[in-house]
Design a protein. Structure first.
Length: 365
């Protein structure tokens, strides 16, 4: 049984992937009522300028941001300045841009509508637009009113509450019991250097590495998450909470510590059960099974492990590797490329939920 101290739980809880924020755009500035001082004219001509527009609030995805930690409870853009005499228009309020990790989904709290899925670096959504500035009295001059004393106030800016939910974007998700060697495997496949140690729950926050494709045209993203344990749905271990970070993957890589063959079948059942309890659609995801730590096993046991895993999951490629020595890693890389390419071909654009990149869907001018 894996022991989990409250200190570890507390640390894992510092990874913030959910935030609720009240957003207020700036109010428009008031239009001015002003008259030009003109000694040679009987009626002073009105010269009140317009108020400035209020600032808008934008949310933008940045690959430099890892979590939603530090997200303020309230985000406000500046108000527009009032207009002045001599037809001076007020200054517009500054926009407010807040940066979130790539993979953050923005939902309107009241309606539940998804406003944006910020899935690429630089994708931006306007969540509240600033109020228009008021009209100064110079604009109210007409044949019947040569000296209007009228101006209008600026409009209020939009106000709404939004929910920000981070769902890490990666093509492959590593799933396994604590200590199976998931992080060591990520380190062997990519240039990433996740923490690897002999105690359970070394990984306490999601971590993404980039596997270079053999054609060097692109890379495949692989997400490492904290280990799963039996009963995670009852909040054992770190619970199910990190499984949301493999929900958007195309393929799951199930990693086994294969040094004890007698546990393989039980481990497979546990992993599948926990995945199913969290989100049954995860079971339909393509899978690769990896028997790790072959450097500690005899050749005979390596073959046995491979055959056992093949029997358990006949449709999934099985690879025996050593993340420590690198044996089998090249073959695994080829398998990952094949499975990811096949999965990508299957995805129809229409199936992609809520993929938006910016302002195009917003009715904000
Ligand atoms: N001999 C050997 N040891 C390995 C291999 N892969 C990982 N290990 C060791 O197994 C232990 C656990 O490795 P991690 O990569 O931290 O395991 P993990 O699955 O990420 O564990 P959690 O983050 O706790 O879920 C470490 O002591 C590693 O050095 C391997 O191929 N061979
Ligand atoms: Mg780890």
């Amino acid at each position: 049984m894996f022991h989990l101290s409250s200190r570890i739980r507390r640390f894992a809880a510092t990874f913030i992937d959910h935030a609720e924020v009240v957003i207020s755009a700036g109010k428009g500035g008031r239009g001015s009522v002003s008259f030009a001082r003109a000694a040679n004219k009987r009626v002073a001509p009105p010269d009140g300028g317009h108020g400035g527009n209020g600032g808008s609030v934008f949310i933008e995805a940045s690959s430099g941001v890892r979590s939603l930690q530090g997200m303020p409870f309230m985000l406000k853009a500046s108000n527009g300045m009032p207009g002045g005499g001599s037809q001076c228009n007020g200054k517009s309020g500054a926009d407010r841009i807040v940066y979130v990790p790539v993979g953050t989904i923005i939902t309107d709290k009241e309606s539940g509508a998804v406003l944006a899925d910020l899935s690429v670096h630089g994708a931006r959504v306007a969540v509240a637009s600033g109020g228009r500035g008021g009209v100064g009295n110079a604009a109210f001059v007409s044949g019947s009113s040569r000296s209007p004393k009228t101006s209008t106030d600026g409009q209020k800016g939009d106000q709404r509450s939004v929910i920000m939910d981070l769902r890490t974007l990666a093509q492959v998700g590593l799933v396994g019991l604590p200590n199976a060697g998931k992080s060591a495997l990520l380190g062997a496949l990519t240039k990433s250097k996740p923490k690897v140690a002999e105690y359970a729950f070394t990984t306490l926050q999601p971590w993404v590495g980039f596997l270079e494709r053999s054609d060097y045209l692109d890379s495949i993203t692989i997400a490492d998450i904290p280990g799963l344990v039996e009963g995670a749905n009852e909040n054992r271990g770190l619970g199910h909470r990190f499984l949301r970070h493999i929900q958007r993957t195309e393929c799951l890589m199930l990693v086994f510590d294969a040094t004890d063959l007698s546990t393989l079948s039980e481990t497979y059942k546990t992993l599948m059960k926990e995945l199913q309890q969290f989100d049954s659609t995860l079971l339909r995801r393509r899978r690769i099974l990896v028997a790790n730590k072959m450097d500690l096993m005899s050749d005979k046991d390596c073959i046995k492990a491979e055959n056992m895993l093949k029997q358990m999951d006949p449709n999934a490629p099985v690879q025996v590797v050593s993340a420590m020595t690198g044996t089998g890693i090249d073959a695994l890389r080829i398998n990952i490329e094949k499975v990811v390419s096949a999965a990508v071909k299957e995805v129809k654009i229409a199936d992609e939920p809520h993929v938006r990149t910016g302002l195009e869907d917003e009715n904000i001018s």
